[in-house]
Design a protein around this ligand. Structure first.
Ligand SMILES: C[S@@+](CC[C@H](N)C(=O)[O-])C[C@H]1O[C@@H](n2cnc3c(N)ncnc32)[C@H](O)[C@@H]1O
Length: 249
């Protein structure tokens, strides 16, 4: 079965149709406030097959290699009802391959919130990184970065004025003691697990980086649903800050 999948052409008819859709896009951008700085969300992904990391997966079988989960997280992270969250960056840390795929809302172009279109965009970005010919619409907000979770944490924590110190890290976890209120910590980097959660090595890494565990529900939820709840908490917090800053009539 694996041999059969690997021998399939990278670009099939269905891929081209999804590519065309991806290149037309969800162009309207919501003018999102940057009150608390960029929202960086890292999803730690495991057991990503090489064929997925190299963009050699089929758009008509997204659960294979859990591309469906990656695409759902991208949809939950970046889209609002009629626009794109310009202030959000989603980092999909493909741990087994030691690389990250990033969707940056500030540069996202030609995106639609459906899983297939997002998967097509991911596939293009990954395939170009592995030798496929680049096209004008490959630069659509997705980018490829060497290094997994450890690398990303080191980099993102420093992305603020040095005088304000490193950004806090919040690990979303079912057993977290902190509640969503902890998300109000300005500029926190949020880290979520995939369907497998976190490995003991990742738990240790997060602990050594001083991550706090925060919970969003008494129930175990899907990663993409946790992203929506985290956005909700941050949106509410920003709205409160905005209201407090507005002059009284
Ligand atoms: C499907 S869950 C992982 C389930 C996995 N079997 C485990 O035991 O960790 C995916 C991720 O969503 C986040 N998550 C799920 N439920 C949560 C909750 N109630 N509060 C905070 N984060 C949660 C965590 O980051 C988790 O790793």
């Amino acid at each position: 079965m694996l041999v059969t999948l690997l021998s399939l052409p990278i670009v099939g008819g269905s891929t081209r149709a999804a590519d065309r859709l991806a290149s037309r896009g969800f162009e309207r951008a919501s003018p999102a406030p940057f009150a608390s700085g960029p929202r960086d969300l890292i999803v730690v992904c495991h057991r990503t097959p090489v064929k997925v990391a190299q963009g050699r997966f089929r758009l008509d079988n997204l659960p294979d290699g859990r591309v469906d989960l990656l695409a759902r997280c991208a949809s939950a992270a970046i889209f609002t009802s009629h626009g794109v969250r310009r202030e959000t960056r989603l980092w999909l840390a493909l741990q087994d391959q030691s690389v990250c795929l990033c969707l940056d809302g500030s540069t996202a172009r030609g995106m639609h919130p459906d899983e297939r279109t997002l998967a097509a965009a991911m596939k293009r970005t990954l395939a170009v990184e592995h030798g496929a010919t680049s096209r004008a619409d490959t630069a659509n907000g997705w980018s490829y970065h060497a290094g997994g979770l450890e690398h990303r944490l080191r980099e993102l924590r420093q992305q603020r004025p040095v005088s304000r110190g490193p950004r806090p890290i919040l690990q979303l976890h079912e057993d977290g003691e902190a509640t969503l209120q902890a998300l109000l910590a300005a500029g926190a980097v949020l880290v979520l697990g995939d369907q497998l959660g976190f490995t003991s090595g990742e738990e240790a890494l997060l602990a050594s980086a001083g991550a706090r565990r925060a919970t969003v529900s008494p129930r175990g939820l899907l990663t993409s649903h946790c992203i929506v709840l985290a956005h909700h908490a941050l949106d509410e917090a920003e709205a409160r800050v905005g209201l407090a800053a507005s002059p009284v009539e």
